[in-house]
Design a protein around this ligand. Structure first.
Ligand code: CO8
Length: 258
């Protein structure tokens, strides 16, 4: 499918989706959010894809929602349009793992988009922030909610109230990102991680995503019950037999997603 604001490449069961509005530091306009969410949904359905990467440019993952596009809108417009809600819900519904590979600015909606992915690998140049406060608004797709769960109240308040940026080292210390690598190695690192995930049983990687995300939505006891049921249920799969047999026979497993 042809897109105007993103570039999609599929190789070795990994779909890499690059945000591509260089003239606006990949600012998220309605078209980009629509195309991105459609591309992710399509990759989710494709049997050629087992893991996805969302990335931007060296200078910017995304510098936030498109301020030019938003500036003319009224309450009625954004409320009736459900600004970004549809695409956000679509991204949340993706069941295969998504890695955000972040270089440069990940601000406002850009930081929130990275957090909508399953984990973030950052270049040492990455800068995260929720500077909406400087525009007289607040975060709209997770900057006060997901960020608080990821980095804790103190830093989430600080970032949302002052609008300051967090560099890659602080983001790693705070639990916002899983790894930080030199900028030149970002895509190799993200692709390596995605290929590793793509080699596993898809059933198991999808269950991991569902179970970890469940931990944010429920109590520990309910989450543990959910985990236990999913653990048991994977014993009904051929991939469990194959994974364990391969270990015992000292060979690589051949998972068939069955
Ligand atoms: N929207 C539109 N255009 C942008 C944006 C943006 N968010 N960010 C940068 N641009 C454009 C600039 O206007 C500029 O265009 P031009 O060359 O035509 O003037 C071009 O990109 C390059 O930007 P700069 O010249 O500013 O580059 P600098 O290197 O000097 O600065 C910064 C980089 C610091 C990233 C700076 O561009 C900046 O502060 N950008 C805005 C960051 C921001 O405030 N982001 C939050 C936006 S609000 C938001 O995300 C709300 C999310 C709500 C979710 C949806 C609700 C449901």
């Amino acid at each position: 499918m042809a897109y105007e604001t993103i570039i999609v490449e599929i190789e070795d069961y990994v779909a890499t989706i690059r945000l591509n509005r260089p003239e606006a530091l990949n600012a998220l306009n309605a078209k980009l959010m629509d195309e991105l969410s459609r591309a992710l949904a399509e990759a989710d359905r494709s049997d050629k894809v087992r893991c996805m990467i969302v990335t931007g440019s060296e200078k910017a993952f995304a510098a936030g929602a498109d301020i030019k596009e938003m500036s003319e809108k009224s309450f009625t417009d954004v409320y009736l349009d459900n600004l970004f809600t549809g695409p956000t819900e679509k991204i949340m519904a993706v069941r295969k793992p998504i890695i955000a590979a972040v270089s440069g600015y990940a601000l406002g909606g850009g930081c929130e988009l990275a957090m909508l992915c399953d984990f973030i690998i950052a270049a040492d140049t990455a800068k995260f922030g929720q500077p909406e406060i400087n525009l007289g608004i607040v975060a709209g797709i997770g900057g006060t909610q997901r960020l608080t769960r990821f980095v804790g109240k103190a830093k989430a308040m600080d970032m949302n109230l002052t609008g300051r940026f967090m560099d890659a080292a602080e983001a790693e210390r705070s639990g916002l990102v899983s790894r930080v690598v030199p900028a030149a190695k970002l895509m190799a690192e993200a692709t390596g991680a995605a290929k590793k995930i793509a080699e596993k049983s898809l059933l198991a990687t999808m269950v991991v995503k569902e179970a970890v995300n469940r931990s944010y939505e429920t109590t520990l006891r309910e989450g543990l019950l959910f985990e236990r049921q999913t653990f048991y249920s994977l014993f009904a799969t051929e991939d469990q037999k194959e994974g364990m047999a391969a270990f015992l026979e000292k060979r690589e497993p051949q998972f068939r997603d069955k």
